[in-house]
Write a protein that binds this ligand. Structure first.
Ligand code: F2R
Ligand code: MG
Ligand code: MG
Length: 359
């Protein structure tokens, strides 16, 4: 990795998280409904076509023509609520989630069951106990889908450098839609992965990064039920990382999942980021930088391509910074201006709280 990548400003990393998540969601969205491993060439061809379209100025790309999905809708809603209110207001987040869902219930491809949460919230005008509808999902066991992990990046940014506050908010915002411990812990692990990538210098050993992340997760997560499932998932990530370039897409899918559940999505996102650190681990992708390798890799191999690429993109953005995202793709993605503005606001808020902590 080039030296400049090790000397990134914190602001570049914040913007990288926000735009990396958006880039992953927008690129992966095209293939989400395929639910199969795709040849790398198919995803590369789509990626290059979009770049060419922007370079040629067609179609008009001012507001973005590659559309985002529920992953970004919910990320924006959460980020907007946190930045506007300057604190977590559950009723306001619930209201934003619900209003955005009902503005386009089909087009953004929300999870099949989470719609019930929004309907119940709407019935009560997002007043009273806004956590109740989520707690009633799946006969009271709550959702363990990947939906609370896919939107968690603003929380990692707001509370960068303050893990306790970060995890308190990760858990609270998860419970608005996902109350099952596996759903919540997916979000905890994703937030910790973003923070670790953001605070890392050059990562020389992917397995050590993974082991340290798992150790921190086990020690610090406030949700102690069903931990083994994530321990197993992360152990499988480490096993695959040991194999270096030999690992096949089919092995990844059978060992890790890459699907709609939190346990099938967060460990794979971490794997795609870590396995892409070395330029030649996936030879077909070796002409691209680390950020692009990560997102193309996650998109090609994942069943839930938009969501795993969104999460992998956020982690990669924390590590490589915003300049690693191709400018044509920033232009092409719907919402890139908004993602940038929200990252800047979260950066300011975080900077202020770090200053206040010191004084
Ligand atoms: N779901 C999609 N895309 C597919 C398009 C669906 C289409 N609208 C359709 O109706 O066919 N994309 C988005 O959903 C994922 C995030 O989902 P989220 O927010 O976690 O939703 P949900 O509904 O809570 O959970 C998803 C599925 O997980 C299974 N599941 C969860 N908890 C369960 C439990 N306790 N017991 C059994 N199953 C459980 C269910 O199959 C849920 O449907 C992202 O991919 C996002 O992009
Ligand atoms: Mg989606
Ligand atoms: Mg998805």
């Amino acid at each position: 990795m080039a030296t400049q990548e090790l000397e990134l400003s914190l602001l570049s990393r914040f913007q990288g998280v926000s735009l990396g998540a958006l880039f992953g969601d927008c690129l992966g969205a095209k293939f989400e409904t395929n639910w199969s491993v795709l040849p790398y060439e198919k995803v590369i061809s789509y990626y290059e076509t979009i770049k060419d379209k922007v370079a040629m100025g067609t179609p008009k790309a001012d507001s973005g023509f590659v559309h985002y999905t529920d992953d970004t809708c919910m990320t924006f809603d959460l980020a907007k609520s946190l930045t506007k209110n300057r604190k977590y207001k559950p009723q306001d987040v619930a209201k934003r989630f619900t209003e955005t869902f009902f503005a386009s219930p089909k087009e953004r491809n929300y999870g099949r069951h989470v719609a019930k949460v929004f309907s119940k919230l709407k019935e009560n005008s997002c007043r009273g106990d806004v956590y109740k509808p989520a707690s009633e999902q799946f006969g009271g066991s709550g959702s363990y889908g990947n939906g609370s992990a896919m939107r968690v990046s603003p929380v990692a940014l707001l509370h960068h450098d303050n893990i306790i506050e970060m995890l308190t908010l990760v858990v609270a915002q998860s419970k608005l839609t996902h109350t099952n411990p596996r759903g919540i812990n997916g979000a905890v692990l994703q937030a910790l992965a973003i923070e670790k990538a953001m605070t890392s210098g050059k990562i020389d050993n992917a397995k050590i990064f993974c082991q340290e992340l798992l150790d921190q997760f086990k020690e610090i997560t406030p949700i102690k039920e069903d931990m083994e499932i994530f321990e197993n998932g992360m152990s499988n990530v480490m096993e695959l990382l040991e194999k270096e370039s030999e690992v096949t897409p089919r092995e990844i899918v059978s060992k890790l999942g890459t699907g709609v559940l939190a346990i099938q999505a967060v460990p794979p996102a971490i794997f795609f980021f870590l396995h892409s650190l070395k330029t030649n681990n996936v030879p077909t992708l070796s002409t691209y930088n680390g950020m692009v390798r990560t997102v193309l890799y996650a998109t090609s191999v994942s069943h839930d391509s938009d969501t795993v690429a969104c999460m992998a993109g956020a982690i990669a953005g924390a590590y490589y910074g915003v300049d690693s995202i191709p400018s044509e793709w920033v232009t092409a993605c719907e919402g890139s201006d908004k993602a940038m503005k929200l990252a800047n606001k979260l950066y300011k808020m975080n900077e202020n709280s770090r200053k206040n902590k010191k004084s």
